[in-house]
Design a protein around this ligand. Structure first.
Ligand SMILES: [Fe+2]
Ligand SMILES: [Fe+2]
Length: 647
């Protein structure tokens, strides 16, 4: 230590070559260098039991949130816990660790009652990071997975930055967009298995949605020569390095966390250091540098036919001949035989929105039974994840405004689409589906529920989009298959006959189905992702999710994929028009005239039955007649259209 006393300071070398290995197994040590962490068996079954006994003997209070035993108990109790844990680690570490020092010995518990996701962060540096090796031992005494609070790590991220972490140089918590978060690695562990990780590694942990508390043992292993220190900012150019020991950290943690230094702290030396805090931008840039960008690997085909696949990829939709007349007749008969097949006042109905999950399931099963063979003729290695009738009765103002469907899969890897198939011939007069060609490439954000709480980035531009729709005239049994990102809408049904259609969600067989939900009560828009089974969509429709959002809650008992930021692209109106035209869309004057005619009643009572942000696919289940986007009413569209016609 003499080296560091007084003013004659030998600064730690930036070369790490002189650092000592801590792990006996050279392969494990090499993996640690490379990834910033390794996973290994630590405790035997007996040791796990002994440590659980120790836990229950001393921790009797009800644990909430993230609980560290060292912060909640007397010094005496903590010492007993520390020593007992260390004894077990010493035994376990005989085959694992090279001669080293062992610190800590704490229970880190994540309550199953009220825990949250702990976003990516780095821990404090407690030794000179360029001079000594150390790692943190994190060993659960119960099996851990994404369900009950296992860690997720960003492999290799310990080499991204060289900035120090301490109370004086706090690490932010980083929430990533989903396309970057996917590069983090989940670390599920069996009881007694441990992850050993670098202080510089970005890591976080899932919420504990399990049925019991997640009990983890933590400790620190470091080179024998290393000393515990604390880093305190001296100036913009220097850091003061203080002597620390375990008691220092235990006793003063709260004060340190506020950036304050305890009285009588002993400064060892001052060295030059210019702190560059890690920001969202710099971290995201590093991740982009280290991982291949989305789209760099070719995606699998979803359609059997290569040319249909190519059309679908280029335009965001394609039209196929799906079912024959006999199937059309069978489904029509089934539809009209349904007890709930009454046509709603607003003219629009989606069977998935039915309050009875049994009804939803019955409809879904029957639809799948009748059409799955036909679907199979067009799609390879696929699966169906939703199936529903979408019905539109005569209602002159019943517009389904332009919208995108929810996100159902990792769209960087898989295609997901809605097959929309009418059981009657459809045209502009009876609610045919309209699409914006190429619009699946316009936005790249994840599309969460619920509506209206989540409004798309083009919410103020619906009247800009509407005239550019391509209305697809289809024969009964023909279907449009559109990418769930494709903007679609439909004009009102002004004919006497009910327009019965069905929508089926289809994706690759191997694709995991997800659901993203806008978290309530957050300052910045944050979404949580869940891994779901198709049955999820039978119980959680938009109406239910929207009500949950309003009451400040979220879906429960699901595997969380984590919490993410949401930053959709935004276009100016002219930019958006240009993009639509560039993708091959044209203003449809017949559509504009028809809409203007329908809505051209300026003095009339405002009976805007703007059908929800909804539908025309089972994929978005917005409740109808919600005041979804205040700016959008059919009347506003009509105004805009009349204005255009008068020009
Ligand atoms: Fe941490
Ligand atoms: Fe839709």
């Amino acid at each position: 230590m003499a080296l560091f006393r007084g003013t004659s300071v030998q600064y730690p070398s930036p070369e790490r070559g002189s650092m000592k290995a801590l792990l006996k197994d050279p392969k494990l040590q090499a993996d640690f260098e490379q990834q910033g962490f390794v996973v290994t068996r630590l405790f035997s079954g007996e040791q796990v039991s002994a440590l659980l006994d120790l836990y229950h003997q001393h921790i009797r209070e009800k644990v909430t949130g993230l609980y560290e035993s060292s912060r909640h108990n007397t010094y005496g109790v903590n010492r007993t816990i520390n020593e007992s844990i260390r004894d077990q680690i010493v035994i376990a570490g005989q085959d694992l660790f090279l001669p080293s020092k062992l610190y800590g010995g704490t229970f880190m518990v994540k309550s199953h009652i009220d825990s949250e996701v702990l976003p990516l962060h780095r821990d404090w540096n407690v030794v000179e990071p360029e001079k000594y090796r150390t790692f943190f031992v994190w060993c659960p005494l119960v099996d851990v997975s994404v369900v009950n609070g296992c860690l997720f790590v960003l492999s290799g991220s310990h080499r991204y930055f060289r900035s120090l972490g301490s109370g004086s140089y706090p690490s932010d918590r980083f929430i990533l967009p989903p396309d970057l978060h996917k590069h983090t690695e989940d670390i599920p562990l069996k009881a007694g298995e441990a992850i050993l990780y670098s202080d510089d590694l970005f890591h976080g942990s899932y919420a504990n949605n399990g049925s019991s508390d997640r009990i983890v043992v933590t400790a620190r292993v470091m080179e024998e020569e290393a000393e515990l220190v604390y880093f305190q900012k001296a100036s913009e150019r220097d850091v003061d390095v203080y002597q620390a020991d375990e008691e220092f950290y235990l006793t003063h943690i709260d004060q340190l966390a506020k950036g304050r230094l305890p009285a009588k702290s002993r400064r060892l030396y001052r060295r030059p250091y210019r702190h560059v805090p890690v920001t969202d931008e710099t971290l995201q840039a590093k991740i982009r540098q280290h991982f291949p960008p989305p789209g760099s690997t070719p995606m699998k085909q979803l359609f059997r036919d290569v040319r249909t696949q190519a059309d679908f990829e280029r335009d965001g939709y394609t039209v196929i001949n799906l079912i024959d007349q006999a199937q059309v007749d069978e489904l029509k008969a089934f539809y009209y035989g349904l007890e709930h097949a009454t046509v709603p006042a607003q003219g629009f109905q989606v069977s998935l929105d039915n309050a009875s999950p049994d009804f939803v399931r019955t409809v879904s099963e029957r639809l799948v039974a009748v059409v799955s063979g036909s679907v199979d003729k067009h799609f390879k290695d696929h699966k169906i994840f939703t199936a529903s009738f979408v019905t539109k009765a005569k209602a002159p103002l019943g517009v389904v405004p332009p919208h995108q469907d929810w996100t159902f899969v990792d769209e960087g890897e898989f295609w997901s689409a809605t097959i929309w198939c009418p059981l009657v011939d459809v045209s502009i007069d009876n609610g045919a589906l309209g699409v914006i060609k190429g619009s699946h490439r316009l936005y790249d954000h994840v599309r969460p529920s619920p509506s209206p709480q989540f409004a798309p980035p083009f919410k103020d531009q619906l009247s800009v989009i509407f005239p550019y729709l391509t209305i697809l005239d289809l024969k009964a049994g023909q279907a449009v298959v559109f990418d769930n990102r494709t903007i679609h809408a439909s004009p009102p049904n002004t004919s006497a006959e009910v327009r019965v259609a069905f929508g089926i969600g289809v994706t690759h067989e191997e694709a995991k189905i997800r659901h993203y939900y806008l978290l309530p009560g957050r300052e910045k828009p944050l979404i949580e992702g869940y891994e779901v089974e198709p049955g999820f969509f039978q119980t959680y429709n938009n109406a239910r999710l929207s009500a949950m959002h309003s009451s400040g809650t979220k879906p429960k008992d699901l595997n969380s994929l984590g919490i993410f930021t949401l930053t959709p692209r935004n276009y100016g109106a002219n930019q958006l028009k240009e993009a639509m035209v560039a993708a091959g869309n044209k203003e449809d004057t017949a559509l504009v005239r028809k809409m203007a005619g329908l809505f051209g009643n300026p003095g009339g009572e405002e009976k805007s039955t703007a059908v929800g942000a909804d539908q025309e696919s089972p994929a978005v289940h917005a409740k109808r007649a919600l005041p979804f986007w205040k700016v959008y009413t059919p009347r506003n569209i009509a105004r805009e259209i009349r204005y255009r016609l008068s020009k």
